[in-house]
Design a protein around this ligand. Sequence first.
Ligand SMILES: Nc1ncnc2c1ncn2[C@@H]1O[C@H](COP(=O)(O)OP(=O)(O)OP(=O)(O)O)[C@@H](O)[C@H]1O
Ligand SMILES: [Mg+2]
Length: 251
Amino acid sequence: MERILATALGQDVSQLAAQEKQLLLSRLLARFAHEVRNPLSSLDIHVQLLEEDLARAAPQIRQKTASRLEIIHGELHRLENIVKHFLSLAGPSALDLRPVQPATVIGHVCELLRPEAAARGIDIRMKWPDALPQVSADAAQLTQALLNLLINAIQAVGRDGRVEVNAASDRRPDTLSIEVRDTGPGIPADKQSAIFEPFFTTKEEGSGLGLWIVQQIISAHGGAVEAANAPGGGALFVLHLPLRGKAAPDG
Ligand SMILES: Nc1ncnc2c1ncn2[C@@H]1O[C@H](COP(=O)(O)OP(=O)(O)OP(=O)(O)O)[C@@H](O)[C@H]1O
Ligand SMILES: [Mg+2]
């Protein structure tokens, strides 16, 4: 992260505290997303104009270009979504804190991913006690954090296995704990300290931002994230959220 920041900002950041580096990186990502957005919308407009021009062209030309334009449209749309995602997460994210029923958020995330998991022979299970207390949280951001953990879990399992999401309020005082464990290979001991670093990935197509975003979201809530390997094998991630909510809002 240090090298990326130093290159992008043209300054030595080695003396800064970890928290300051994280803040700088968030700002950098937000700025990047903002600046990429303008040429993207201009591209979008010009593709539309091109389509209008082509509507007047000979049928063979129209036919040949239609599928190519469709691909361009699709890819532009994908880029716009990535940028939107970055803007919403990388920026200094103001939390919209409201009373949230953890079971609702967990249930929603599991249902979103169940079809994809089922197609790979992966069973998603959820468990919590009847009287699970509400937390003061930003439901959209909490959903994002859980999604990132579950997607990682599904990717780690690959095929045929299990992902379990358990919630409890008796693990730590005044804390709601949400556990995500999987039957994948677990986190190699020499990678444990690196996985929350921005841009750390062992995946060919990974951005390495998933867990970093999880940590940003949970610490903005005044909580903490733990990563370990489960005693029976597989990775175990735990989100700890304060039940009394955050003491002071985050700028
Ligand atoms: N459930 C898990 N089991 C084993 N290793 C994991 C698990 N979750 C994360 N990791 C490791 O941590 C790394 C960082 O995860 P992170 O979610 O930040 O990025 P990514 O998944 O590689 O990329 P992206 O989230 O952008 O798709 C992963 O590349 C993987 O090596
Ligand atoms: Mg990930």
